[in-house]
Design a binder for this molecule. Structure first.
Ligand code: PLP
Length: 483
């Protein structure tokens, strides 16, 4: 069943296991994933107990458990709330040791094609890096150790993303989220307290911002990207986090008019735009739009990483900052960015220098384009009631489900059928009723696309059947007959 907490609905799964434990797990996961914002008041225990149809004791026990773990705070006489600095509890040693198996049909967004990681090329690049790195640079992660690599990456970004920078503006990181963490500390020091974020958006970066002390302010997205006009309503907000090349998860590009409007907003307010350029290498219907950073290098901070192009396991990303921000760093006693290993940085430089990185990107573009087309065709054939939205780009496909579909139930039945599915609601900050999924096709083998869609059709039919049995609204679509 679904329970409402603040502005989001959470799926309380049916057994097995005691209800207290299931309720605590549902709330804990929602806080860890950033779905329920810090400060959110939880429903009074009596209200939630009535909604679930259980004794009040079950709810107070679950709340008490999470207060003890540091996720919630309770003050006598006022509501139990999500703690501002809800720190995830350490995972159990057993869980740490056990790698979580990936679902048989992995439709989780954000995962690249793991089978086509260029192992031999990476191994060769790394071998050259190990043999070529001077002894002195083996001393550590010092900035100087990555100087050559930063120059090569700067050229690459200038050529492929029209980024305007010199290598002093580029710092290497261990990924976009890590870069965002460091950047948040800097921005808080400079006096920022709030950050506008796209609604919907990936919870990862906004959770990092929130943990670092910036409260996210949701701004809606339409078919042209973030609605800049709505940003003007928040006069005290001078920061915005956006995905202009390919909005995550809506899959649209920021329109030319909005790009101008947004950079204009930044110039007029002295604001800063953080551009999350997470999958811009992958556009299948033409050339990717250039980075926003290239339009307003003094107003845009660009975040990028190898997580989509190669693999998150490489742990290498970058951050490109305006000169004036670099200058303001000088007076601040801020921890240094956590840089990747100089060997990893050097291996990337070899990969780019040899032309192997471009070759890999070309091959991946072709591979993903074909896979996406196959997925779109299979959906049209087996599930005509499902509507595909977004551009032919990236590694994910947003889909709208027929009105009335209980998406949470589809995800749950899908899991039983070996499908890893993600409810589009996971990315929304403000609740909306339109049901949908965000299908990641990056790591779904071509030969499994048709079968994955067949199982999705089955999961939808099962969810619809359950809703009908329980007197719920049916989807009203004839498209749900499983193949
Ligand atoms: C929208 C978005 N931005 C950024 C990232 C990349 O984060 P990182 O470089 O930390 O792996 C992801 C990864 O899933 C993402 O989905």
């Amino acid at each position: 069943m679904l329970i409402a907490v603040g502005a989001v609905e959470l799926l309380l799964p049916p057994g097995p296991g005691p209800l207290t434990r299931r309720l605590a797990a549902t709330l804990r996961t929602a806080v860890q994933q950033g779905r329920v914002a810090a400060g959110t008041a939880l429903p009074p225990s009596r209200t939630l107990a009535a909604e679930i149809g259980c004794s009040r004791w079950v709810v107070t026990e679950a709340y008490g458990q999470l207060v003890a773990e540091g996720y919630l705070s309770a003050t006598t006489g006022s509501a139990t709330r999500v703690r501002a600095t809800a720190t995830p509890a350490a995972p159990s040693a057993e869980r740490l040791r056990k790698p979580q198996p990936r679902p048989e049909f992995d439709l989780t967004p954000g995962v690249p094609d793991l089978a086509s990681f260029p192992r031999s090329r990476w191994a060769e690049a790394y071998r050259r890096a190990v043999l070529g790195l001077p002894n002195d640079l083996l001393a550590g992660r010092a900035l100087v150790a990555t100087t050559a690599a930063r120059g090569i990456l700067t050229d690459h970004l200038r050529r492929t993303r029209q980024v305007q920078e010199d290598p002093t503006q580029l710092s290497l990181t261990t990924g976009s989220a890590a870069g965002m963490g460091w950047l948040t500390a800097l921005l808080v020091r400079l006096g920022h307290t709030r950050i506008a974020v796209e609604d919907p958006s990936w919870p990862g970066l906004r959770a990092v911002a929130r943990r670092g002390g910036l409260s996210p302010v949701p701004v809606p997205v339409d078919d042209q990207g973030i609605v800049v006009e709505r940003l003007h309503r928040h006069r005290d907000v001078r920061l915005v986090l956006v995905t202009p090349a390919h909005q995550f998860p809506a899959g649209v590009a920021l329109s030319a008019a909005r790009r101008l409007e947004l950079t204009d907003w930044a110039r007029r307010t002295g604001g800063l735009i953080i551009e999350d350029d997470y999958d811009a290498d992958f556009r299948y219907d033409g050339t990717p739009v250039a980075s926003l950073q290239g339009m307003a290098p003094d107003r845009v901070i660009l975040l990028g990483s190898l997580s989509k192009a190669l693999s998150p396991a490489i742990e290498l990303g970058w951050i490109v900052m305006p000169q004036h921000l670099i200058m303001s760093l000088l007076g601040l006693d801020l921890d240094r960015i956590i840089s990747p290993s100089p060997l990893t940085a050097e291996a990337l430089a070899v990969l780019i220098d040899q032309g192997w990185y471009d070759q890999h990107l070309r091959a991946q573009r072709l591979r993903y384009r074909r896979r996406r087309e196959r997925l779109v065709a299979a959906l049209a054939q087996q599930l005509p009631g499902v509507r595909v939205t977004g551009l032919a780009a990236g590694l994910h496909l947003p889909v709208s489900l027929p009105p009335g579909t209980r998406t949470g139930e589809v995800v749950r039945h899908g899991a039983g059928l070996g499908l890893g599915l993600v409810d589009a609601a996971r990315y929304r900050i403000r609740r909306r009723e339109d049901p949908g999924l965000v299908l990641g096709f990056g790591n779904l083998r071509d030969s499994r696309v048709d079968e994955a869609v067949r199982r999705l059709a089955l999961a939808m039919a099962m969810a619809k059947g359950a809703a009908t049995r329980h007197g719920g609204r049916s989807s009203g679509s004839s498209a749900l007959t499983a193949g």
